[in-house]
Design a protein around this ligand. Structure first.
Ligand SMILES: [Cu+2]
Length: 247
């Protein structure tokens, strides 16, 4: 029997597709995390590699389950961002990074699910896995490319008189805002790879800001001090909170 090329630790078929997709995701996440100083991207890259390591344990079921869950998670957060960024003509990195993560995660998810279905046969998908993976990646890039090509570029500007906040490395900058009572507008620019929200429970404010995008919200506020935070699980705990003082 011919030995398969040693990509993905000598795995073949669906398992190799899963590993190649996970490694491709890890490379993108590490690259983005290191260049932008994005801790969350680095964390995701590490978890991806842990998932690949788990494939070596027993039948590999745990690894396939963990990787399938990670791929779904990335799809869930990245697809709207990739699609939105294709529409809004943001910088190339903010377009290509989410797009490639979505593409690799779709390929990886197919590999992981097929690997789970054929759990007893680790060599399953020997002929089908590579073309399937390539098709998945081509499909995503073609769809997003069409969205990009068929929509007019729109620029996002900070509304007149708005208070500006940036989200960077899972933190609000600045973490304190001042405004005068009545109608207030806050513009939030997301500089991270993951979604954030600008949420003020007391005022019913809940703005979501996708990757690399600017979003603004206008609301009424009586004089007082209000706290704002990001409601994405874990972000407020990591320090994503601030206060707005209204005079
Ligand atoms: Cu957040």
């Amino acid at each position: 029997m011919r030995t398969a090329p040693r990509i993905g630790s000598g795995l073949v078929g669906w398992r190799r597709l899963t590993v190649v997709a996970a490694l491709a995701n890890a490379v993108v996440l590490f690259g983005y995390g290191l260049t932008r100083g994005d801790r969350e991207a680095l964390g995701f890259a590490v978890v991806m590699l842990v998932g690949v390591g788990l494939l070596r344990i027993g039948s590999g079921m745990l690894g396939l389950l963990v990787l399938a869950a990670l791929f779904v998670n990335i799809q869930f957060w990245m697809f709207p961002a990739a699609n939105g960024n294709a529409t809004y003509r943001v910088g190339l990195a903010d377009l290509l990074v989410p797009a490639s993560l979505v593409a690799f995660s779709l390929a990886g998810f197919i590999g992981a699910v097929a690997g789970l279905v054929h759990l007893r046969d680790p060599a399953a998908g020997r002929g089908a896995a590579a073309p399937t993976g390539i098709l998945a990646v081509v499909f995503i890039f073609t769809s997003l490319g069409l969205v990009w090509a068929m929509t007019d570029a729109e620029t996002e500007v900070v509304p007149e008189g708005a208070l500006e906040v940036e989200t960077t490395n899972v933190a609000f900058v600045p973490d304190s805002l001042r405004g005068t009572g009545g109608e207030l507008t806050v513009a939030v620019r997301n500089r991270d790879l993951f979604w954030h929200t600008f949420t003020i429970d007391a005022l019913g404010v809940d703005l979501t800001a996708p990757v690399g995008r600017l979003r603004s919200v206008t609301f009424e506020a009586q004089p007082g001090t209000y706290s704002y935070y990001c409601r994405i699980p874990g972000h407020a705990t990591l320090g994503m909170r601030g206060t707005i003082t209204v005079r």
